[in-house]
Design a protein around this ligand. Structure first.
Ligand SMILES: Nc1ncnc2c1ncn2[C@@H]1O[C@H](COP(=O)(O)OP(=O)(O)OP(=O)(O)O)[C@@H](O)[C@H]1O
Length: 242
């Protein structure tokens, strides 16, 4: 087994995965450096979600390797993999998936509370992130009393409050209007940069990739050539060839 380079926080090789016989990944290799924001760009059905779920240990690929900080995630027993996910990774999906009975701050604080941190420390951290995402005033409201864009910001706060090494963001702004998309992405990117958090962002929108350091194209479960992101505008068009 080839050892991954030390400065890659994530390193995956030759990932193949099918859902009920239908292929989603057909041999994808990717490396992500610590503190980097990597965008995975591709059309619907390209395999972006499947790739993020494999990289984050939510599923184990049918074939291939995923290493996190030089440890093989793909061979870890399920309980150990779950622990890595809980303690080292954050996740933001297109659907906020908040606990309806909990307030915004309690939802944002969940990773810390589940980890056994004190109520006071968890609340302080959650409030800081909610403030930063411009939703601090809503901290005491339950998800049902929040707008969709506000719920999505709470989900981003929850992903960041746990001080993860890596945040996986799967189309995190897809349900939002343009103005809210820009705010959420800007905040996610600047928070990640200021805290050295690595981000792997899946999107079908080339404009979203302007927030990334690097863009990887994905089409039909196969990678395109890596492309540098361009500051201040759409980072790239679809890969010319895969
Ligand atoms: N749970 C599942 N069961 C069956 N097929 C699935 C499942 N998840 C994904 N697929 C299929 O695998 C392929 C890749 O899907 P995936 O969701 O990874 O792509 P994607 O690029 O994230 O697309 P989208 O933006 O539509 O979610 C698609 O053909 C999809 O229909």
């Amino acid at each position: 087994m080839e050892a991954p380079p030390d400065n890659d926080v994530l390193w995956a090789r030759a990932l193949r995965h099918s859902h009920q016989g239908s292929p989603a990944l057909l041999g994808v290799s990717v490396n992500v450096r610590a503190g980097e924001i990597l965008a995975v760009l591709g059309p619907r059905g390209a395999g972006k979600s499947t790739l993020l779920r494999c990289l984050s240990g939510r599923i184990v690929a049918d074939d291939g390797e995923v290493w996190f900080n030089s440890a093989p995630l793909h061979t870890l027993p399920e309980a150990a993999r779950d622990q890595v996910r809980r303690e080292r990774f954050g996740w933001v999906g297109g659907d906020a998936q908040l606990v309806p009975e909990l307030t915004a701050w309690e939802n944002a604080a969940l990773p810390l509370l589940l980890r056994g941190e004190s109520h006071r420390a968890a609340r302080t951290a959650a409030q800081e992130w909610l403030d930063r995402l411009d939703i601090g005033a809503e901290a005491g409201k339950r998800p049902g009393d929040l707008l969709q864009a506000q719920r999505q910001r709470v989900a981003v706060a929850r992903a960041l409050a746990g001080r993860p090494d890596v945040v996986f963001a799967d189309e995190p702004t897809a349900p939002l209007h343009r103005a809210d998309q820009a705010l959420v992405l800007r905040t996610l990117a600047s928070a990640a940069r200021s805290h050295g958090i690595t981000v792997v962002l899946a999107t079908g929108d080339p404009e979203v990739t302007a927030h990334a350091d690097r863009v990887m194209g994905l089409i039909d479960g196969r990678p395109g050539a890596p492309m540098p992101a361009q500051a201040g505008g759409p980072a790239s068009s679809w890969p010319a060839s895969v």
